[in-house]
Every structure is written in C-alpha cells, then in structure tokens.
Design a binder for this molecule. Structure first.
Ligand code: ATP
Ligand code: MG
Length: 646
C-alpha cells in the first residue's frame, strides 16, 4: 500500500481553527480531565437548563447505559436556528441546488426560522406531540430539513427513510417505530427521472395500520391519489400556519431521531440518538474536521436518508451557523461534471462525498473535472468506505489540484458523527488512512479473544469509552443494543470493523471483520486487495471476498469492474492476478477474477460483500435480505457470470 505522507500545508498549519499545538492541548485535557474537557466543549451549545452531570455511561453489563449531560435541557432547532438570528439572520443557511441545474433556492437563517415554525405548527395541528415518531420519506428538498427541524422544535422523534427505498422497506421501518404520521412528497426527481414517492407510501400503508396522517409536499406537482381524511398537501397548510413556534425544552437524553443502518451486513437496526450528546458531537466534529470558518459554503453530498446527511448536511453545519448546500441530484446528471460545476456556481469551500462516487467519476476521465475551475475548494472529505489510495490520490491531485487536504472520516450510524479523521491544520495525511482519533475518542485493537494489542498491529476495532454522540439504544430493543455491540468483547464497544495501526499510531480501516479472508493462516482485509486491484490502470472498482479452498482454507475471489472503454479478456485476467501478486505478495494472489459490469451496493453506495461471498461459495439460493440493494438485477448478472466452474 502507498505510504506517501502529505504534511499539513503551511498556511493551514498557521491559521487553522485547530493547529498542532491546540490539538495537543485538547487531547491532553480530554485524557487527563475528561469531565472538564466535556464541560468546556458543551458550552458550544445553548442550554436552556445548564447540566451538572457529564458522562454517566458504562459499557459493563451490571450498570450498562449511555448517558451524557443528563440533567441539562436544550432544544436542537433553537441551537440550529434561533441563536444565529441576531448575527446571521440574512446569511444563507441552506443553499438548495435542484436536480435540474436551473433550479435553486437560497434560504436565509431568518427564512429557515419561519419555515421550521410553520412546519412545526402544521405537525402540531395534526396531533404530533413531544415523543411521537414521525416518518419522513422525502427527497433532497429544503422541506426535508424544515421537517427534521420542526420535529426537534416540538420534541418529536423523526425517522427518515431514504426516498430510494421500496414500499416494503418503508413499511417495515414505519411499523418498527410505530409512526402515526408520514411526511412525503408527490414525487422525487433524480437525474431527470421521477420517483413515485406518494404512490410508494400508499403501497406501504396497505401494511401499516398505525398511520393516521400523510402530509404531501408538492415537489413536481404530479397528479397523485389522495385518501380523504388521511392525506393532505403541505403547501396550503403551510400558508395557513403561524410563523412562530416556541421551542420545547428537551432533556439532553431525550430521543432526537431514529435512523436505520444501511444494511450492508444484515437486517437494518433502528439506531436511536439523543438530543444533547448527538448535537454536541455533530457540531464539534463539523467544525474541527472540516476546519469550518464563518461565511464559507460547505457541501456534503450525502442524502438526508443516511446518517451523514443528518449530521453533516443538517445538524452539524446549522448548529455552527454555517451555509450548507443541499443537492437534490446525482453526480452524473446532466453530465459527469455536475459536482464540480456546482462547486463553481456556489463557491464551495468544503466538499464532502463518498469513495463510491469518486470511483465512478474517476472512471470517466479527468476532463469532466477540469471543465470547472474548483478554485473555491479548500478542504475535501471522504466517508462511507475505505478510500483506496488510488482514489485518494486522484481526489487530491485532480479534484483538489494538489492544494486541498483530504479528510478521510471513519464513523458509523451508531457513532453519531466522525470518530477517526485528520484535523486539516494538525494532522499529516497518509492516503488510505483515516489517521487519528478525535478528541476524547479511545479506539483500541483487540485479537479474536479480546486481548488488547499494543503498538503497530492489526485487529478488531473497538472503542474503550463512551463519547457524547454515541447511539443510546436500538429502538424498542435495548437488549439487542447491548447484545450487538457490547458482548463480543465485554466492556468495549465493538465496531464490527477491522483496522491496522501503524508505527505512527495511524488507523487504516481494513473492512468489516466478517469480511476478513484467511488464506493459509494469513488474515487479510478486503480493503488491501481491493486497493491493489483498483491501482491497476484498467480497473475502476473491485470487491474481494473469501471462497472455500481445499488447501488454503480460503481462497480469494475478486469481482472487478473495468474502466469505461476497457474490454474483459483472459489475458487481462492473468495480468491482474500477476499485478496483485506483485503489489501485495503471493499470499494475496486472487484465485478467481470475475469481471462484473456492476457490483451489488446498498442505496448508500456501499458494496454488499455478504452477497458476493454467497456467490463465491456457490450458495446462490441463500442470499439473505437484499431489500436495501440499489439495483437487485446486478445480482442475477453476477450469478450468471460466476466463475466457479472455471
Ligand atoms: P449495517 O450496520 O446495517 O451493516 P453499515 O455498517 O453499512 O450497515 P453505516 O453505519 O452507514 O451502515 O456504515 C458504517 C460503516 O461504513 C463502518 O462500520 C465502516 O465499515 C464503513 N466506513 C465508513 N466510513 C469509513 C471510512 N472513512 N473508512 C473506512 N470505512 C468506513
Ligand atoms: Mg454497520
């Protein structure tokens, strides 16, 4: 693997929000006196009732529970809106860029306040109260952010279901949290295509008796069926609603939202986050990791249906009084230059996206990037999967013209926000490494028996102590929460990921522990072999899984997607085998390479290796839950092209 080192750029080293010396002092305080450290950090929020208690969490079975700032009271929407009004009322809070490049809206903090209050009044008039669960099934339109914040103003708990999910997936999530109300749109619009959201809701509600009201935002104006007494349009209700709504004082430990994980490894879990700790974490990490400065335009491309959209499109940036860009469209519409055109159009300083998007764009060549100036860009971020060094270098060199630090941010729905990532003004970068833990985060690596491993090593990634943004429970199933995360290695939070730690203490996420391949006793993360394959000039993307092997125990089965314009051939297959052998060593020699025009991915763009593993094992009859796949038809093609017989 590439071990290039990119030092902190001189200008940033001097004037970043957090420089190396501030970082050292903050780490030291967080370690020596966490109570004082967290009391200080929590002052970045406005509290209605100040807290006296800080961390009362325990990972042990006897007194298990996660709790931060428990006796404090605050309101999330007041922190994200009201407190900015005096100084930033006329500053854009949200810049909305529509699917069609001609479509946009700028919403100031003052307007955001009005819209959120109106939405809260509409929800309230339909019976929504503090503690109620509200399911949001919305496209990336400003009303999605208004609805989220309106829930927090009332103290209702939102559960956002990604608008690409099917009626069945929506229904199971509505049932799981027992929502009485669903907010949706007539249709969504992505890449010029219409998504029938209201029709999906109607289909879902055939299987959900709990829902009494459906509020429909008119995005496209399509003619949709409306059930009398149950369904209403948002527009007229909004116009009639009052423009004020007093924010509820919520306990720091009151639930804020439920969000289901993306389902890469199994059935999605209803992750519940709390009011105080979550908002603190989203806000702190947004400022620290992106070196956010007042007035800058910040763009996270994630959909609000994922946790990244919650923490880094809405809550973190708005808590910090930032201007956050919200994008309705897709990276390849009208063409592959869209991201960079949007950066130029709105003077984006900070840009945050996922490796899957980068690899897809990289595949199309550099000209689309170079068609835009990207002169405003200052910091680039990555999240969702390990970013392979090849994609990292491209992001740095081509997208950022070699000027912009890349923050590779490791975290999970469960963690609420980023846990391991560089601080652009303090951390030297290594392509492919998420680098170092943030303040007050205590990662550790353990072996299969749970023994802590020291120094440069590789193992299972756990977190030793709670942090404020940690999830509080699996909704409705606290036992499952404890069972899933705290019993594999008692007394520790187990992330499910594997990682390597190098001599500088940098973390390299090697992939899911369940995906580790054991070849003749050598344990190998999927990320390493995949990175080697992607480093080949003709390869766009690769996914590697283990397969049964009579001699080695496990062999390596690699699925490879070639760059646009490259043709699969036996000769190329041989070249790739030799290439990986040469890059990593004979132990990593792939046994089988299958060319795959598409890989099975979750809707959030992550490769679902468990499906690929089943195909590699020849167990195509037992693929498990594939309802969160973006394109299930990919699977049939993969099975048809399986190389097992060869
Ligand atoms: P499920 O838990 O239902 O299987 P999921 O784990 O894909 O779904 P998320 O919470 O969206 O759901 O994803 C978190 C996971 O994504 C992490 O555990 C890790 O495997 C991966 N990940 C996220 N960011 C990074 C990163 N920067 N580097 C490496 N891996 C990352
Ligand atoms: Mg997970």
């Amino acid at each position: 693997m590439s071990e290039a080192l990119y030092p902190v750029p001189a200008a940033l080293a001097a004037d970043a929000r957090i420089t190396a010396s501030t970082a050292a002092a903050m780490h030291a305080l967080a370690a020596s006196d966490p109570d004082t450290f967290w009391r200080q950090q929590a002052q970045r929020l406005d509290w209605i009732t100040p807290f006296t208690k800080v961390d009362e969490s325990s990972f042990n079975e006897a007194d298990f529970g996660i709790s931060w700032f428990a006796d404090g009271q605050l309101n999330v929407s007041a922190n994200c809106i009201d407190r900015h009004l005096a100084t930033r009322g006329d500053q854009p809070a949200i810049i909305w860029e529509g699917d069609d490049p001609a479509d946009s809206r700028v919403i100031t903090y003052a307007q955001l306040h009005e819209e959120v209050c109106r939405f809260a009044n509409v929800l309230k008039s339909h019976g929504v109260q503090r503690g109620d669960r509200v399911t949001l099934y919305l496209p990336m339109i400003p009303e999605a952010a208004f609805a989220m914040l309106a829930c927090t103003r009332i103290g209702a708990v939102h559960s956002i279901v990604f608008a690409g999910f099917s009626p069945d997936s929506l229904a199971s999530r509505i049932r799981d949290c027992d929502s009485r109300i669903v907010v949706t749109a007539d249709e969504g619009l992505r890449g010029g295509k219409r998504v029938p959201l209201k029709a999906n809701v109607d289909a879902a509600l055939d299987h959900c008796s709990s829902v009494e009201k459906v509020i429909v935002v008119q995005r496209t104006g399509a003619d949709v069926a409306m059930v009398a007494g149950r369904d209403l349009f948002y527009g007229p209700a909004r116009d009639a609603a009052a423009t004020d709504y007093a924010p509820q004082a919520m306990g720091a430990e009151d639930p804020l939202f439920i969000l289901y994980t993306s389902g890469s490894t199994g059935t999605p879990k209803g992750v519940l986050h709390s009011t105080g700790g979550y908002l603190l974490w989203a806000s702190m990490t947004h400022e620290h990791v992106f070196d956010y400065r007042p007035g800058e335009v910040y763009w996270c491309t994630a959909d609000i249906g994922w946790v990244t959209g919650h923490s880094y499109v809405v809550y973190g940036p708005l808590a910090n009084g930032a201007t956050t860009l919200m994008f309705e469209g897709v990276p390849n519409y009208p063409d592959h230059s869209r991201f960079w055109q949007v950066c130029d159009k709105w003077n984006v300083s900070i840009f945050y996206t996922a490796p899957t998007a980068l690899r897809a764009l990289m595949r199309e060549g550099d000209a689309y990037v170079q068609a835009a100036s990207r002169a405003s860009l200052r910091i680039l971020g990555s999240v969702g999967e390990p970013i392979n060094p090849e994609a990292w270098e491209w992001y740095h060199r081509i997208v950022g013209d070699g000027r912009c630090p890349i923050v590779d941010t490791w975290w999970q729905t469960e963690t609420g926000g980023i846990l391991i990532a560089p601080l652009p003004g303090a951390t030297d970068l290594k392509p492919g490494s998420a680098t170092l833990p943030l303040f007050g985060v205590h990662p550790l690596l353990v072996d299969a028996e749970g023994q802590e491993l020291d120094g440069a090593t590789e193992g299972n990634l756990c977190i030793a102590k709670s942090w404020p943004g940690q999830m509080r429970t699996v909704y409705g199933d606290h036992a499952r929460f404890f069972q899933t995360y705290f019993t594999t290695y008692p007394g520790r939070y187990f992330t499910g990921d594997g990682a390597r730690r190098d001599a500088d203490g940098y973390y390299w996420i090697t992939g899911r522990v369940d995906d580790v391949i054991n070849v003749s006793g050598h344990r190998m993360g999927t990320a390493e072999v995949e990175s080697a394959l992607v480093a080949h000039a003709k390869v766009a993307e690769a996914a590697v899984v283990g397969m049964p092997h009579p001699i080695k125990g496990q062999g390596i089965y690699a699925y490879v997607t070639l760059n646009a314009n490259e043709e699969p051939s036996d000769d190329l297959r041989k070249q790739l085998v030799a290439w990986v052998r040469n890059e990593i060593g004979p132990i990593a020699t792939p046994d089988i390479i299958q060319f795959a025009p598409g890989l099975p991915k979750t809707r959030s763009g992550k490769i679902m290796r468990r499906i690929l593993r089943k195909i590699a094992e020849g167990e195509t009859g037992a693929l498990g839950d594939i309802s969160t796949l973006a394109d299930p038809s990919v699977v049939e093609k993969l099975i048809a092209d399986s190389q097992l017989a060869s």
